[in-house]
Design a protein around this ligand. Sequence first.
Ligand code: SER
Length: 585
Amino acid sequence: MTANELRQKYLEFFRAQGHQVMESASLIPENDPTVLFTTAGMHPLVPYLMGENHPAGKRLVSVQKCIRTGDIDEVGDLTHLTFFEMLGNWSLGDYFKHEAINWSYEFLTDKKYLGLDKNKLAISVFAGDNDAPFDQESYDEWIKLGIAPERIAKLGKDDNWWGPAGQTGPCGPDTEMFYWTGEDEAPKTFTKDKRWVEIWNDVFMAYNKNADGSYTELAQKNVDTGMGLERTLCVVNNISDLYQADLFLPLIKELEKLSGKKYADDPKAFRIIADHIKAAVFIMGDSKGVAPSNTDQGYVVRRLIRRAIRYGRMIGIKTDFTSLLGKIVIDNYQGQYAELKKNENFVDDNFIKEENKFSQTLEQGLKKFNQLKEISGQTAFDLYQTYGFPIEMTTELAKEKNLAVDIEAFNQAANQHQELSRTAAAGKFKGGLADHTESVTKLHTATHLLLAALRKVLGDHVYQKGSNITADRLRLDFSHPDKLTPEQIKQIEALVNDAIKQALPVTWQEMSLEEAKTIGAMGVFESKYDERVKVYTVGDAAKPFSREICGGPHVSNTSELGSFKIIKEEASSAGVRRLKATINN
Ligand code: SER
């Protein structure tokens, strides 16, 4: 089975059960300062799991691009990937355990779909604790489907509870499906033997974790399932090494050619290079594509590319190679992800630039490193500043030589130079879900007011080019050729503050993209859903202050915002200006 066949079968199966197919959301989460990347299919759905209406309905299915950087040091083994695709289906307060489990079983075992051997399946369910009871219902469903009791493990929160990955948010008990991949017959009893490979996770999101650590039941009982595409393909095709399957093989072959070595000579290096280049292509080639830089997502791309280059040199590749491999990834995935082809030049340029830059300093940096007997924070910082060694690379090199690196001292040195706030970025690497905090929601509504005010003051050529919100400020990039004058800034602030003072209602409606355009809703994003979108209106419906296609969430009245202030105006890129602003209550 090819990757494409698996994607199609999955979507078709759930479409036939009344699910709407969603396009994969961007890898860069929207208005979510707590996490750098989309880490699971449910991530873009958090507001809807919490009870907001989804414009596409209550049954959804998608193939979602995901990036997880928390396990980046494990990449190189057989199971960890930085970029992967997640097949997922959701019930937003619609069906629950019975349907979810029976559909999972049918899709896994029916010959029309994956046709896996039901005698090689094992299951785990939540055993129960002080926060939530034993999941008897799931257990009974599996027994009814003919799974032997010895093959159903009852486990605690560590194994059978999903989310929230952040501090707070939707979560619940899950039931996981495992498949026996050993050569010999599947054992009667399910154990932690690694040959039992987890392939699918059905989460019953019926709880919210609160800031004080307690759990409350959600009014809406949801289902959130996730199946890793790459892993499932291996299981279905009876392949033990996913780098030997169609989503990686072309990269491995090219690496053999470039290096003159065989994959078997150094599988770990081959895997790291292939994994990292693929992840870098997807981040740079995203609809919100990010170039290598020293902060946030840009820092992750830089780190991935540089680590791939170092491993490339280790297996004997002497020439530049990242752009060539990048093209192979794009060719391999363009049918599923059209944005990659569209952004091919951007991806290619950035590989070339980054490799140029780093190739010049890598060798000297390694020479310098090899002379070191110890690595102080300052030395690690020098390696970063002079030779472009990301701190994680220095740490990895140090480990190979049995040396330690003082990360705290490195952070201090880096912060003193205001080079990069590594701690801030590091905190986000682990991934995690959005805390849709109050202040983020307020700043989100303020962003709508700001865009409307900009168009009133500067003209209709103003469109949103980018938005980013942290707990403290909003940032809006928009099309406009000139620097804003102090006078214009004052007018814009006054308009926004006036809209706040008028205590305008913020309301939303679902409609088709066409209807949204007809009523003059601003839309920066193409419709991500089959047809229905959500339109937020600020003020009177007949003569609104602002009207935008947007997923939310927002405050319900502008009076909740407090006073609005622009704190910075600067150029973002050619023809695009950038404003940062705050609100104070
Ligand atoms: N959110 C769950 C996971 O990531 C199921 O989709 O495993």
